[in-house]
Design a protein around this ligand. Structure first.
Ligand SMILES: *Cc1c(COP(=O)(O)O)cnc(C)c1O
Length: 378
């Protein structure tokens, strides 16, 4: 007897989170196939996806970059770069203004890499003058890493200005563009990026299962023998794609089938610009609606991205995040706890397969919820 619940029959709750994100039903349906990972059709699909990622990044196939898929969530892609790119005698400078920057520091610690950290408060961009001074004074630093959209708060870091300083000092540049690639155009050449990392289930709206790295080919080819991990050896993975078209180990075949459909739907929507506009509209409607309800945003609008927004807890002590979250979940909406160390906040994402009407429905549910909880918004 088949006792499985009919999951498809129930309407999924909408995810207003930094990931995993809501995906379209056609993306989910694309997974209803078993693909042989060694089969030529699947290998051709992987090649098409790698080429398409370069095209999305505005790079022609002769621009000198490679797109490399890495099994696992986004963090695995970042760790593949950190574990593979830095020479044995090298040193990594990490610019930190949130939890994802801290995670890169943690990777450096686990990998026993020499590293430095330049921390700024979670509501402030990295200090460019200090960066310039550090790179001038500390000749041992070979690589600089920064998070583009720090999903901790939603702050957008100035990757072009940072890249200019990194390039002036002749260092390599790593950008975690996990939550921005696919919605915010990024000029890798213009920013001087050597390694950019993103994943299947952020702005491209595929399902979770793999990340991808867009690497400057010459930089990556020069890392022979540097990898400190077998499964996360980025150059090893590229070599295998180039030798036989395959991942080195079992690929997330279903997630890749879904990703092909997600890429098609990104094109159908009008590409990165149109998707970014939808997210910007979602974020505007959200921020305005929340303000009307009496909530205050955490970030200055000048640095706020269209990806995710942090809101301060209402001052009324009757507010608890757990109760607020639970009542919204009952109404079909999933929001996200805060990750900020210095302030009590929660977060609402504006990315994934969600539209203005969904944001308006969420706002109505939030209005109802604060009434149910009896919270005075002042
Ligand atoms: C989502 C995200 C990651 C990766 O998280 P995973 O849970 O490993 O997919 C890394 N950096 C940023 C900025 C992110 O938003």
């Amino acid at each position: 007897m088949d006792a499985r619940p009919n999951i498809a029959a129930a309407r999924d709750k909408l995810l207003f989170t930094p990931g995993p994100l809501t995906t379209s039903s056609s993306v989910k349906q694309a997974m209803l196939h078993d693909a042989g990972s060694w089969h030529f059709e699947f290998n051709a699909l992987v090649k098409r996806i790698r080429d398409k990622l370069l095209a999305l990044a505005g790079l022609s196939s002769s621009a000198g970059y490679e797109a490399i898929l890495v099994q696992g969530s986004g963090t695995f892609g970042v760790e593949a770069v950190i574990a593979s790119a830095i020479p044995p005698a090298g040193s990594l400078l990490v610019l930190v203004n949130g939890a994802y920057g801290e995670r890169i520091v943690q990777m450096a610690q686990y990998l026993k890499l020499r590293h430095e950290v330049l921390r700024t408060p979670e509501d402030a961009a990295p200090d460019l003058q200090v960066l310039d001074r550090m790179l001038g004074a500390e000749k041992g630093i070979t690589h600089v890493a920064v998070v583009h959209c720090e999903t901790t708060t939603g702050i957008l870091n100035p990757i072009y200005q940072i890249g200019q300083i990194v390039r002036q000092h002749g260092r390599a540049y790593i950008v975690d563009a996990m939550s921005s690639f696919g919605a915010i155009p990024i000029d890798l050449g213009g920013a001087g990026i050597d390694y950019l990392i993103s994943s299947a289930n952020k702005c491209i709206e595929g399902v979770p299962g793999f990340s991808f790295v867009i690497a400057r080919r010459a930089a990556l080819l020069a890392t022979e023998g540097f990898a400190r991990s077998l499964s996360l050896d980025l150059l090893g993975q590229l070599r295998c794609f180039e030798k036989n078209g395959q991942f080195r180990y079992t690929p997330p075949t279903h997630a890749i089938l879904a990703f092909e459909q997600a890429l098609r739907e990104l094109d159908d929507e009008g590409g990165i610009t149109a998707r970014g506009e939808r997210y910007r509209r979602n974020q505007e409607v959200l921020a305005q609606g929340m303000k009307r309800l009496g909530f205050r945003v955490y970030l200055d609008p000048g640095v706020q991205s269209c990806i995710i927004t942090s809101f301060r807890f209402p001052a009324d002590p009757k507010f608890t995040f757990a109760a607020f979250y639970g009542l919204l979940s009952d109404k079909g909406f999933i929001i996200y706890p805060g990750k900020i160390s210095q302030a009590d906040t929660f977060r609402i994402g504006s990315i994934g397969r969600i539209f203005e009407a969904d944001v308006r429905a969420l706002l109505a549910a939030i209005g109802e919820t604060i009434k149910e909880m009896g919270i005075r918004m002042n």
